[in-house]
Design a protein around this ligand. Structure first.
Ligand SMILES: [Zn+2]
Length: 325
């Protein structure tokens, strides 16, 4: 099952934001999958204040629904530099004020919960959205104002649908917010394979900063070690299996480790398209073999070509699941 909703996109240009994350990543993927019977193009969920309060602090959560919303987005999307100048933001070219982003963000991030529910019923769902792994309990950064994976886990646990979850984070950047939110929580195991350097962007953060919180399993890949990537991921998945169990896996299948990703901060990890596909296939097969339902998210991916990464994996996995070819 692939889940997508055209109303659940942030449409950065509308807000004058120049982050190179384009709708084409999702629309071209959907176009390339046209004809498959297992595509869902609408969902009705949205993220409520009650949902936010299961993960984020009260003050931080409530700020999305009052006059502080603009500050939440400026920080989450890193739109203002320390000297006050704007970063990838041209408010004079915006068609909407930033504060109007709240309902869009709440809808988009609710897709992760919906995909998880679908996965629990059918075994697999890939949501074309979600994966905001840099959002912490009381602050956002790295284009992530709220942490949808954490919101989905807490919502599912509140529903009584799951007790234990694995979060397998394959994005180029370390899943620092997710690691910090679930640190010390035995019900959620976090695995992150990522660039050894380059995130957080500000390497001078003090050692006590929550962004340095380790995941349960961290696999830092140095620049030039791409040839070891798949072997190290395979070992990490095995150790996840031997050290814990789960009712659901949430997989952040970020496209940004790809060598053609357009975001400068991803340049320290350069997997080929074949390696990207093998990364996803290996992870999928691992989960299928142990019979664990999985909800997949697109996470990071920048430039007009990143749809190719998701499309290649989905064109392999969907026929496998629904006998379409
Ligand atoms: Zn990323």
């Amino acid at each position: 099952m692939v889940l997508y909703d055209r109303s659940a996109i942030l449409d950065f240009p509308r807000f004058g934001i120049k982050i190179p994350a384009f709708d084409s990543r999702k629309t071209r993927t959907m176009d390339a999958l046209h004809g498959l019977p297992d595509l869902v193009d609408r969902f009705d969920d949205t993220t409520t204040l009650e949902d936010l309060l299961r993960v984020h602090s009260s003050d931080y959560s409530r700020g999305f629904f009052d006059e502080r919303a603009e500050d939440r987005f400026k920080a989450g999307f890193e739109l203002v530099n320390p000297d006050g100048s704007f970063n990838r933001w041209e408010p004079e070219n915006a068609r909407c004020p930033l504060r109007e982003m709240t309902p869009l963000l709440m809808k988009m991030q609710a897709g992760t919960y919906r995909a998880s529910r679908i996965a629990m019923e059918g075994g697999f769902c890939h949501y074309l959205g979600g994966g905001a792994h840099h959002a912490h309990r009381d602050f956002g950064h790295g284009f992530c104002p709220i942490n949808d994976s954490a919101l989905a886990v807490r919502h599912l646990q509140a529903d009584g649908v799951v007790q234990r979850v694995w979060i397998i984070d394959l994005d180029a950047h370390k899943g620092d917010g997710t690691a910090a939110i679930f640190s010390g929580d035995d019900s959620v195991k976090t695995l992150s394979i990522h660039m050894a350097r380059g995130w957080p962007l500000d390497g001078s953060l003090p050692p006590s900063h929550p962004s340095w919180t380790p995941s349960d399993i961290d696999i830092p890949i140095e620049s030039g070690e791409e040839g070891q990537y798949l072997d190290r991921l395979e070992s990490a998945l095995k150790s996840l299996k031997t050290s814990s169990r789960a009712d659901l896996a949430i997989v952040l299948a970020g496209a940004d480790p790809w060598e053609h990703d357009a975001l400068p901060s991803t340049s320290l990890l350069n997997l080929t398209l074949d390696q990207m596909t093998e990364r996803d296939r290996m992870t999928y097969m691992f989960l299928e073999e142990i019979g664990l339902p999985s909800a997949w998210l697109t996470a990071g991916g920048y430039g007009e070509d990143s749809w190719q990464v998701h499309t290649r994996f989905l064109r392999w996995v969907l026929p496998r699941r629904c006998q379409w070819d």
